[in-house]
Design a protein around this ligand. Sequence first.
Ligand SMILES: O=C(O)c1ccccc1N[C@@H]1O[C@H](COP(=O)(O)O)[C@@H](O)[C@H]1O
Length: 241
Amino acid sequence: MPKLELLPAVDVRDGQAVRLVHGESGSETSYGSPLEAALAWQRAGAEWLHLVDLDAAFGTGDNRALIAEVAGAMDIKVELSGGIRDDASLAAALATGCRRVNLGTAALETPEWVAKVIAEHGDQIAVGLDVRGTTLRGRGWTRDGGDLYETLARLDSEGCARYVVTDIAKDGTLQGPNLELLKNVCAATDQPVVASGGVSSLDDLRAISSLVPEGVEGAIVGKALYAKAFTLEEALKAVAA
Ligand SMILES: O=C(O)c1ccccc1N[C@@H]1O[C@H](COP(=O)(O)O)[C@@H](O)[C@H]1O
C-alpha cells in the first residue's frame, strides 16, 4: 500500500508565512519568512510543499515574486494555490517550476476555462474543493459556489486528475480532520484526494493514512507543525509505518 504523502503548508499573506483560522481574513498568526519556513520543511524531509498565495486568493493583491522565489528555491515538489484563475495567472504559476497547481474559485466561476486547462495540462492541474458542509466556497472562501458532489461529478467528467479537499470548519483549528467528508468524496470519485484541514496530532495523520486504500493520497499539514504539536520528522515516521 502506498504511504500517505505529507504536504507541509506555507501560506503567504503580506509577505509573511501565516496560519488562518477557518480561512478568515484577519485571523492570521504570523510565522515569519515564507522562504525560511519552506526550507525548514524541506530540510526536515518533506517531499512536497503546499504553497498558497493568500492575498491572491482573497483579492488583496499578490505575493507573486515571493512565491516564485520560494518555489524556485525548492528541490522538492511544490503544489501552488491561490488566485490562479486565468491564463496569465496560470502561466505565472507554472513558470515557477511547481509540480502542480490547485484551482479553487475558477472551478466554480469559470468552468469552461477549467475544463480547457485540465485538457491542456493534465495532472499539473488539481482542483481545491473547499467546503462548508457540502457547499463549495470561493473568493477567499467568502462566497458560496455550488454543491460539492455536483461539481465533483462535472470535474470528473472533464478528467480532473486530483482533488484537494478542505473542510473550512476544521481549517486552522487543530480539531482533527473531517474523516467522513474524506470518505464521502473518495466514494464519489476514482481520482486521488488530498486531505486538508484540522490535523492536530500524529493520530490524526494515522487516521487519514487509514483512508489511503479508499483514495486519499496525501494530507496537508499546517497549524500543527507551526504550533509544534509534532515535528515533520515525527509525522513522516508516523505515516511510513
Ligand atoms: O489555505 C487557506 O487557508 C485559504 C484560506 C482562504 C482562501 C483560500 C485558501 N487557500 C487555498 O487557496 C486556493 C483557492 O484560491 P483561488 O480561489 O483559486 O483563488 C485553494 O487551494 C485554497 O485551499
